[in-house]
Design a protein around this ligand. Sequence first.
Ligand code: PLP
Length: 361
Amino acid sequence: MPRPIEALVHTAALAANLARARAAAPDARVWAVVKANAYGHGIERAFAGLHGADGFALLDLAEAAALRALGWRGPVLLLEGCFEPRDLEACSRLNLWHVVHCAEQIDWLGRHKTQQPHRVFLKMNSGMNRLGFTPAAFRAAWARLNALPQVDEISLMTHFSDADGERGVAHQVAAFDAATRDLPGERCLSNSAAVLRHGLANDWVRAGILCYGSAPDFPAHDIHHWGLQSTLTLRSRLIAVQQLQPGDTVGYGSSYTASAPQRVGIVACGYADGYPRHCGTGTPVLVQGVRCSTVGRVSMDMLAVDLTPVPEAGMGSEVTLWGRGPDGTLLPIDEVARAAGTIGYELMCALAPRVPVSVTE
Ligand SMILES: *Cc1c(COP(=O)(O)O)cnc(C)c1O
């Protein structure tokens, strides 16, 4: 028997979450963001649930090629654009749209030989200071692009630093609007948090995390609040049970000490599976669908769970690390992420290659 850990991707939940994005942005076209191997779900598996999107946004040429190989003929957008001039050949060949965020990328386009002019998304740095032209430099960049025979339609884009938090998006929207007021072209501004929290939708929205059933602004709001469904389950089984006496400790560093007699289950899941090591005693976990807590440190291949809430559990009992448990129970990935001091995004992306993944409804 293989080690009992496995991950499940729920394609119907992906589709339902995409529908949620459409409902929140009814007049916009929706990019399903599938970078980072579809936030750890796998491009092909994610495609099975998200093929109703208007386009797919990602970073890697290999992922773009994978989408084309799956038969997707619609828009594909490279969110960081090209990394070197020859990437433009792949863009021409695979008919990819690409972000242009710096002067070098315009230089490369100017020297590129192509039959078909490219659709580009010109990116403004409206305050995040990661990628893009400053508002002051934006118009000149647009004019340079517009003069190139290699360039077809130019769309305008920016990215928010605080759509999920206190500061919000208004200051960046104002900077963007002021610098683009009389420029033609479709607009693409919002990520998941901007769509859900601010109801902001232009011609295109970029829906990432919401597709994958994690709330962009957890713990302020959870997936239930946003009407999202869990798309990724990580589950395993108990492979041993220990009966502790007061004073007994669990795991490396003896970081947990029993204060009373206690049953502890050992789960075949550790940080080498992508479970976060930085979550201490008390991280939520479901055993046979009953909410329990981890005890002690997470090790490479195992972690320990207090079985007090579920005395009937034993060898082989089903354990849900996050996602859907038996009988309609649910443990949102965001709760586990929070216990580990991180966000759902990171847990999804960290799912380890050694975990077998299957697709279910
Ligand atoms: C990742 C990314 C997104 C998606 O963000 P979510 O918070 O996952 O919705 C949108 N736009 C850009 C430029 C990105 O890099």
